[in-house]
Design a protein around this ligand. Structure first.
Ligand code: ARG
Length: 457
């Protein structure tokens, strides 16, 4: 049964009826729709539109429906009604009869769908934040487990300077921390009730009462905006996209590091997959998929941008198209977060491969800094050390293997103490400023990360 039809002479074309319907996907919002219906019944009673008895009857019947859904006793195929709002009302009608029709007073599905989406995103935001925290916890545990492990840091994917493995892992920790902060911040703009906006012009019910009944922080400032606004979803999807980008960078590194060429880590069988033709293969498939799924999440953001572009106020059915990509992005992000955490839990880092430096050219900056300390302008020092590196490459020697006389050939500023600059130990000792990769600085970073995680959840 429909919520409209009085002014129609002909029944709808069955294909078009199915084309217009949204239940197949908005059924996901049913629990929120019921909660909003219960609040609406209460608001109607407060306003004296329905009696206390009828309100109790409606709230109780809706509660039963909710329990029946949650227990699996009541299921939704997706083609029983036009949309989730209609389905709930049809079920209420079956339970309590015609009096159910009072629930339609002073409201429109335009505000209902916005309300359902806001309630849903409040919950999903918290679930995503929990999953990100789980991933951060795993990164932190790995950082603690590999204290002091050295690895090459890269720029331009060329070996640049040594870093500590915990430092590298924690770089991702802070990326995910910012993701959580963005989700939390967006919550402020999600947490606004559109209830009371009606179709677009507002209804004779106090929006503040419904906002309070539904646990929203506040209600809308403008009824037209309330039914038209989807920026809160754009913001949410852009947070999902940024988080997915971070996951894709980590996934790309896992893929690279699991290769024979890098060999920095090995994934256990539990998180790898094989090839149907090459028996020897062990592929880092979840990492490849996390990387690939990023496109789907960003696609959802772009899809909504395009749906909203130039859309006149207020509600138009175009807005119904916000949901399938949104739901897909949420499912995809959540599964990618879980898969990434599982991969990290099942990754074994290879100390030999990580700390194997065929030469010590990664310490070339130290040599330039040494000359700077002896009074040479850095540009000159840089130039000179470039030449020393070239010389060492030609001789097939490490920097620390050059004799003091060889060094002196390049500059009289070199003295015996230059060798103390050419050890990894001294490199890390000189990197103990806040946020640096020195052992002590990283230890402080680990403590800070722990503190942030315990405060922020
Ligand atoms: N199904 C719609 C949506 O998802 C909500 C109903 C909007 N109102 C209407 N008259 N069709 O946005």
């Amino acid at each position: 049964m429909k919520l409209w039809g009085g002014r129609f002479r002909e029944p709808p074309d069955p294909f078009i009826e199915a084309f217009n319907a949204s239940l197949s996907f908005d059924k996901r919002l049913i629990i929120y729709d019921i909660i909003a219906d219960q609040a609406h019944a209460k608001a109607l009673a407060i306003a004296g539109v329905i009696s206390e008895e009828l309100k109790d009857k409606i709230v109780k019947a809706l509660e039963e429906i909710k329990i029946e859904i949650e227990s699996g006793e009541r299921t939704i195929n997706g083609d029983e009604a036009e949309d989730v709002h209609t389905l709930v009302e049809n079920w209420l009608l079956e339970k309590i009869g015609d009096e159910a029709g009072f629930l339609r007073a002073y409201r429109s599905r335009n505000e209902q769908i916005a309300c359902d989406e806001r309630l849903y995103l409040k919950d999903e935001t918290n679930k995503i934040i929990q999953l990100i925290s789980g991933l951060q916890r795993t990164l932190l545990q790995l950082a603690e487990k590999h204290r002091g492990w050295i690895m090459p840091g890269y720029t331009h994917l060329q070996r640049a300077q040594p870093v500590l493995l915990p430092h590298y892992l924690l770089a991702y920790f802070w990326m995910f921390q910012r993701d959580k902060e963005r989700f939390k911040d967006t919550l402020r703009r999600i947490d606004i009730s559109p209830e009371g906006a009606g179709a677009l012009a507002g209804v004779e019910l106090d929006p503040k009462i419904k906002a309070k009944l539904l646990g929203f922080s506040t209600s809308f400032e403008n009824s037209i905006d309330a039914v038209s606004d989807r920026d809160f979803i754009l913001e949410f999807l852009s947070n999902c996209s940024i988080c997915a980008i971070h996951l894709s960078r980590l996934a790309a590194e896992i893929t690279l590091w699991a290769s024979e060429e890098f060999g920095f880590l090995t994934l256990s069988d539990a998180v790898a997959a094989g090839s149907s033709i090459m028996p020897q293969k062990k592929n880092p498939q979840p990492a490849e998929l996390v990387r690939g799924k990023t496109g789907r999440i960003i696609g959802a953001l772009v899809a909504l941008f395009l749906t909203l572009k130039a859309l006149s106020l207020s509600y138009s059915s175009d807005l119904q198209e916000d949901k399938p990509p949104l739901f897909d992005a949420i499912d995809t992000l959540k599964s990618s977060l879980i898969a990434t955490e599982k991969m990290l839990e099942n990754a074994e880092f290879n100390k030999d491969k990580l700390s194997k430096f065929p030469n010590d050219y990664l310490l070339a900056v130290e040599l330039a800094d040494y000359l700077l300390k002896k009074g040479l302008p850095f540009r000159k020092a840089h130039q000179l050390v470039g030449k020393i590196v070239l010389y060492a490459i030609d001789k097939g020697k490490k920097l620390a293997d050059l004799t003091i006389n060889e060094f002196k050939e390049f500059s009289p500023l070199f003295e015996e103490d230059v060798y103390s600059f050419l050890t990894y130990d001294s490199f890390f000792k000189r990197r103990n400023f806040s946020g640096g990769t020195g052992g002590e600085a990283v230890e402080k970073q680990i403590q800070k990360a722990k503190e942030v995680l315990s405060h922020y959840g």
